[in-house]
Design a protein around this ligand. Structure first.
Ligand SMILES: *Cc1c(COP(=O)(O)O)cnc(C)c1O
Length: 375
């Protein structure tokens, strides 16, 4: 028998989440962001469900090739554009649209030989200070691009630093508007957090929105909102099983470093999932898990292949019991625990306990974990 661990990608949830995003930005075209192998879910697994989007946005050229190989003829956007001149040949061949965020990329375009002019997304740095032209340099870049025979339509974009937080997007939107108001071209501004929180604001013109994390059912602004408050459903579930049981006496310790010390007699379960599977080693004692659909928590340190969980609330649980690390149980008759509206553990809760975000846990799901899809 294979080691009992399984990730499940719920295609129905993915379709549902895409529909939620469309409802939040009803007039916009949607880029389904599938970078990092669709946030760890697998481009090939999510493709059919996300066909209902208007385009796919990603950054690795190899991922763009995969999307074309799947038969997608619609728009594909390279979110970081070309890294070297050669990349533009692939853009021409596969008809990829690409971001232009610095002068060097305009230089590459200027010497690129193509029959078909390229659709480009010119990026402004509106305060994030990663990629993009300074607002004051934006117009000159637009003018330079506009003069190139290699360039077809120019769209205008920026990426918000604070769509999920208190600072918000107002200042960034004001900057973007101020320096682009008389430039023609479609606009693309909003990531998931901006779509859910701000897309309906008057001044947020968004011809194209760029949701990633919300598609996959994690709340971009957790814990301010939970995924279920945004009516998003978890797409990735990670389930394993209890493969060992230990009975502790007061004073007994658990795991490497003996970081957990029992203060009473208790039963613990040893679970077939560890950091080599993508479970965060930084998750402390107390991180939520479900056993047979009932909520409990981890005890002691996460090791490479195992974690340990408190079975106190689960007198019936034992060898073979299903353990949900995040998402929903697959075998257990759900309904035993109400977590944010559904039985299970939200990936955002686990991420927060571990001092990270749902994005990182999804992306870190390890190669050795078998994945199936369910609809
Ligand atoms: C990753 C990315 C997104 C999607 O962000 P989410 O927070 O996952 O919605 C949007 N735009 C750009 C430029 C990105 O790099």
């Amino acid at each position: 028998m294979p080691r009992p661990i399984q990730a499940t990608i719920d295609i129905h949830a993915l379709r549902h989440n895409l529909a939620q995003i469309k409802a939040a930005a009803p007039d916009a075209l949607v880029w389904a962001v599938v970078k990092a192998n669709a946030y760890g879910h697998g481009i090939e697994r999510v493709f059919e469900a996300l066909r209902a989007a208007d385009g796919f946005a990603l950054l690795d050229l190899s991922e763009a090739e995969r999307v074309r190989q799947l038969g997608w003829r619609g728009p594909v956007l390279l979110l970081e554009g070309a890294f070297e001149t050669r990349d533009l040949e692939l853009c021409s061949r596969l008809n990829l649209w690409h971001v232009v965020h610095n002068e060097a990329q305009i230089d590459m375009l200027a010497v690129h030989k193509t029959h078909q002019p390229h659709r480009v997304f010119l990026k402004m740095n509106s305060g994030m200070n990663r990629l993009g032209f300074a607002p004051s340099a934006f117009r000159a870049a637009w003018t330079r691009l506009n003069a190139l025979p290699q360039v077809d339509e120019i769209s205008l974009m920026t990426h918000f630093s604070d769509a999920d937080g208190e600072k918000g997007i107002e200042a960034a939107v004001a900057t973007f508007s101020k320096f682009t108001h008389d430039l023609s071209g479609e606009r693309s501004l909003c990531n998931s957090a901006a779509v859910l929180r701000h897309a309906k604001a008057q001044n947020v013109r968004a011809d194209w929105v760029r949701p990633g994390i919300a598609l996959y059912g994690s709340a971009p602004d957790f814990p301010l909102h939970t995924a279920s408050e945004w009516q998003l459903q978890p797409v990735m579930s990670l389930n394993a099983a209890i493969v060992g049981v230990q009975h502790l006496q007061p004073g007994d310790t658990v795991g490497y470093g003996s970081s957990f010390v029992a203060d009473r007699a208790m039963r613990i379960g040893v679970v077939s999932c560890g950091y080599a599977d993508g479970y965060p080693r930084s998750a402390p004692t107390g991180t939520p898990v479900c056993v047979d659909g009932v909520r409990t928590h981890t005890v002691g340190r996460v090791s490479m292949d195992m974690i340990t969980v408190d079975l106190t609330p689960l007198p019936q649980a034992g060898l073979g019991s299903e353990v949900t690390l995040w998402g929903l149980p697959q075998k257990t008759n759900a309904g035993a625990t109400e977590v944010a509206g559904a039985a299970g553990v939200s990936i955002d809760e686990v991420a927060m306990a571990a001092g990270t975000v749902g994005y990182e846990l999804m992306c870190a799901l390890s190669q050795r974990v078998p994945v199936n899809t369910s609809s």
